[in-house]
Design a protein around this ligand. Structure first.
Ligand code: ASP
Ligand code: MG
Length: 405
């Protein structure tokens, strides 16, 4: 007997028929004698609809009420899933976040989980009952409903799996696994049988929207084994695990691309101590995340500085810098939204040299100009013109030997 947390994403519980199909998967596990906790998302589109209603009612909304409204889709789906299971003869009961409770801090709209009480859940699981838990919801210190940020049902699932010491946390959605790159771009993309937490974290934060980034962080910290798999087929998905559980570790596991990038260049900045702080301070104060940064060598005490922000932040960031132009002291600001960040990710980089060089050479051979480079222990990223996106991803996919048949 094993203990499983099975989380169903919005498309896999998008209507009555799909909830029935999802319930059959749960029944299969239950029939095997396994203990199952089901975590449900809202029906696809419902959360967005609720966010929109909130916005229409008041644009400067009270986040406590936002949470009451947007958490509704998970509530009804938990009830519907419990009924679907009961129809199949399985004892099942729904649980809202506050009933368990899943305690969180008081940051409404993107609360963090601070603790989960599992005694009653454990008791019910031992007795063979399936617990159906509303994803995305928690209970704040003010005794009110909180939500865990968009995509937060993944976090509910991983946190429950951790607290219940589940053997596996299965994330069912319309995606059947994690690929070496976006299969819509590269036909020869291959599904990975396993990927490490760290690689997944890089991939999540780089834009592959399969798992909420915070849920991967939590899984890594608590050693929760995740399987990303399709709700519509029986084939195994991709396991997200510790490095030592992967038998044949590749040097590079995947290539990811993010078009959610924009580049800002400041020309003729006076090269003196405090200049970076002067530029990035106002951006940090405005909660604008800066990602890649390069500063040129200075000539005659003047330098150029280039960095990237999220596309949605481009105008705000540029506006802030323009209004602080006198204080910062620069010649000209150039904005460029037509860029893409391409990254090569793999834990094998730690022990193998030449990964970055291969990337640069491959792009050079394809006559693609690199604008900015950044690296971490397990990732090399470059910023290039958006028009070269597909060509670059394809060339790199081939160069690192990732092409399938
Ligand atoms: N329904 C919520 C959202 O769309 C939570 C989730 O599905 O993970 O963000
Ligand atoms: Mg999701």
């Amino acid at each position: 007997m094993v203990r499983i947390v099975a989380k169903f994403g919005g498309t896999s519980v998008a209507d009555i028929e799909r909830i029935r199909e999802a319930a059959k998967r749960v029944k299969t596990e239950h029939d095997r004698g396994n203990q199952v906790v089901v975590v449900v998302s809202a029906m696809a589109g419902v959360t967005n609809q609720m966010v929109s209603l909130t916005d229409q009612m008041s644009s400067m909304f009270d986040a406590r009420e936002y949470d009451v409204i947007v958490s509704i889709g998970e509530q009804s789906n938990a009830g519907l899933m419990a009924l679907a299971l009961q129809n199949l003869g399985i004892p099942a009961r729904s649980w809202m976040g506050w009933q368990i409770p899943i305690h969180t801090d008081g940051i409404h709209g993107k609360a963090r989980i601070t603790g989960i009480e599992t005694d009653e859940l454990e008791r019910r699981l031992e007795s063979g009952e399936v617990a159906v838990v509303s994803g995305f919801q928690g209970l704040g210190p003010d005794n009110r409903i909180t939500t865990l940020g968009r995509g937060g049902s993944d976090l509910t699932a991983v946190a429950l799996a951790g607290a219940l010491k589940a053997d596996s946390c299965d994330i069912y959605s319309d995606v059947n696994g994690i690929y070496t790159c976006d299969p819509r771009i590269v036909e020869k993309a291959q599904k990975l049988s396993a990927i490490t937490f760290e690689e997944m974290l890089e991939m999540s934060s780089l834009g592959s929207k399969v798992l909420q980034t915070r849920s991967v962080e939590l899984a890594m910290n608590h050693g929760v084994k995740i399987q990303v798999r399709s709700a519509f087929s029986d084939e195994p998905g991709t396991f997200v695990v510790n490095e030592d559980e992967i038998v044949e570790q590749q040097i590079v596991s995947g290539i990811s691309d993010s078009i959610d990038e924009a580049k800002i260049t400041l020309l003729r900045v006076a090269d003196r101590p405090g200049i970076a702080a002067g530029i990035f301070g106002p951006l940090a104060d405005a909660s604008i995340n800066v990602d890649m940064i390069v500063q040129n060598v200075s000539e005659d005490g003047m330098t150029d500085l280039t960095f990237t922000v999220g596309k949605a932040d481009l105008n705000a960031a540029a506006g802030l810098l323009e209004s602080n132009k006198e204080d910062i002291g620069y010649g000209e600001l150039i904005r460029d939204p037509d860029v893409v960040k391409i990254s090569v990710v793999g834990v094998g980089m730690r022990s193998h040299a030449g990964v970055a060089q291969k990337m640069f050479q491959t792009l050079a051979d394809a006559k693609i100009n690199i604008k900015v480079i950044s690296t971490s222990e397990i990732k090399v990223s470059v910023l290039i013109d958006e028009k070269h996106r597909e060509q670059a991803v394809r060339a790199l996919h081939t160069a690192y030997g990732l092409d399938g048949d």
